[in-house]
Design a protein around this ligand. Sequence first.
Ligand code: CA
Length: 393
Amino acid sequence: MRARPALPLLALPLLILAGAPARADFAGCVAGLRSHALGQGISAATFDRMMAGVEPDMKIVELMNSQPEFKTPIWDYLATLVDEQKVAEGRAMLRKHAEVLARIESAYGVDRHAVVAVWGVESDFGQIGGRWSLPQALSTAACFGTRRREFFRGELISTMKIVQRGDIAPEKLRGSWAGAFGHTQFIPSTYLRLAVDFDGDGRRDLVDSIPDALASTANYLKKSGWITGARWGYEVRLPAGYAGPSGRTAKQPLESWAGRGITRVDGTALAGLPAAGLLLPAGRNGPAFLVTRNFDAAYAYNAAESYALAISVLSDRLRGGSGIRTPWPTDDRGLSRAERKELQERLIRRGYDVGKPDGAIGALTRAAIKDVEARLGMPQTGRPGGKVFDALR
Ligand code: CA
């Protein structure tokens, strides 16, 4: 979910003009990293072993600088992250790992459905592996990044500490360009702060131990202010013409919201939540939610309200709930991953080159959608929405 579209092709020559790094620059930078690491308690043997043969990958700098070309509407974002496939797989994981999840719940006081929701959104329950070795990704970012070089240097040193302690073997440490790794996508410094050994083998292993990974996520949510036994919030209904306050952080007791005419989405009276903020992710004409500190704990995991809403709604679905009832303010719904894949297959059958039909929407798929939209006399958005999907069907 953190993958972002690559830079437009035009930017690549610019990057080269701006001075692509010489190998000597990298060697010099690594020498500097080495002396810094040794000063931080990393042994020369650990450093040299982990950096042996590492070459910078400038794709990482591109990703670091890329701005999303399209603003993803929240209904698209939720449609892919909380689809029937994710719900079914999540429920299967709840059954399969019921015993360890029960122990995690009693040790950390964090709802198992939220823990499994984070697992599903972060790595599709461990199915999405890392593209880069952490030493390669983090040394590239520390040497050639256009910003936050010191941050990435710190993450590189944290990576080496993980290996030096014998927690995880270096070849297992693969992750995103920014260094997030394992089942629940911790960055190395977060790992050092919050990862726990829950299977009792003495190592904190977020790559190969599901108990360690899930307990570490529960620990993260707990340390982020999770209130045991409370809900993240729920969907509500605003009175007609509501003009009162809103915002996740503007928390008020339920009586205050009730006094403004807000009810639960089914029309019943508000009850059963601690202080909550009124979240309106698509404005006053879309779904509305009262959200508690447990919603903020999910927000702490990845600072986006859309992310926290995906975790929260998925956790409800995993518990057997029905999801969001109020329609989003659009007549062009978002597509699930299965529908995106089918959309690509239909485009291929019509002769478009969209690469592999994997449900990931890249530049080729967007261009093909635009072409189809033009042929159908629709506005050319390039967006994989329900209208173009239904038209192709
Ligand atoms: Ca362990």
